[in-house]
Design a protein around this ligand. Sequence first.
Ligand SMILES: CC(C)=CCC/C(C)=C/CC/C(C)=C/CC/C(C)=C/CC/C(C)=C/CC/C(C)=C/CC/C(C)=C/COP(=O)(O)OP(=O)(O)O
Ligand code: 1GP
Ligand code: MG
Length: 238
Amino acid sequence: MQRQNWQNWRHVFKLDPDRILTDEALEAVCLSGSDAIMVGGSSGVTYDNTVDLLSRIRQYELPCVLEVSALEAVVPGFDLYLIPMVLNTGQSDWLIGQHARAVERFGYMIPWDMLVPEGYIVLNPDSTVARITSADTRLEAAQAAAYAEVADKLLRLPIVYVEYSGTFGDLELVADVRRSLGEARLFYGGGIADAESARRAAAVSDTIVVGNAVYTDLDRALETVKAVQERRMINEEV
Ligand SMILES: CC(C)=CCC/C(C)=C/CC/C(C)=C/CC/C(C)=C/CC/C(C)=C/CC/C(C)=C/CC/C(C)=C/COP(=O)(O)OP(=O)(O)O
Ligand SMILES: O=P(O)(O)OC[C@@H](O)CO
Ligand SMILES: [Mg+2]
């Protein structure tokens, strides 16, 4: 069980149970040297397609965590469960309402030490996640940093996730968010498609998340792992 290690992750691939990935592609992803696989998506995620993807990933040794986006698709057998809470949503359901219903439903079955909450700041207005959660994506850097500070210092969430799903984000904003954090780790996701974008995003965050590129240009997606590892080696030498 690898559940304690998430704080050291520098690179994660996010795989969507609702999208098709060949066995060869999955093998390349799982043997790439990435720190973990996160299973998740904001739509079309079901119990069956999540079980299917988990069982395929389990042929490999790397940690596999579920980012819960739908109550009916919570599947046992993952190493950890990441629980998104959208900080800049217009509807409290996506901040805490669905969570309360999950607790009503799963009750005493919840292994709390396997759950890690993530404070999401959703910033691409054209993403499915922004539409579903009615996120206020027009935040200035100072506003995003303030949300992050609340998450870190007041709510004490261990992860702040700057989510630009589908597009490469404003890295100056991301850097401002990072400066506002104390204990929380900063996850960045959105539009990382090659070594260069991975390097740039990794310079202003703790963990980078690569999703779409796996499905659109796998070879370049795989280069993102090496880019982050090179950076890690340089940091360890300094
Ligand atoms: C025994 C055992 C294992 C029991 C299970 C214990 C457990 C884990 C219980 C659940 C506890 C709990 C509190 C659950 C929360 C339930 C829930 C549904 C919360 C809401 C989460 C939320 C805010 C979802 C909104 C969407 C979101 C933020 C999804 C994250 C993934 C994401 C952003 C994907 C990218 O999406 P998109 O922009 O759409 O990109 P694609 O179009 O490419 O997909
Ligand atoms: O799909 P991309 O744009 O790589 O984004 C990754 C991840 O942050 C999505 O939740
Ligand atoms: Mg999806």
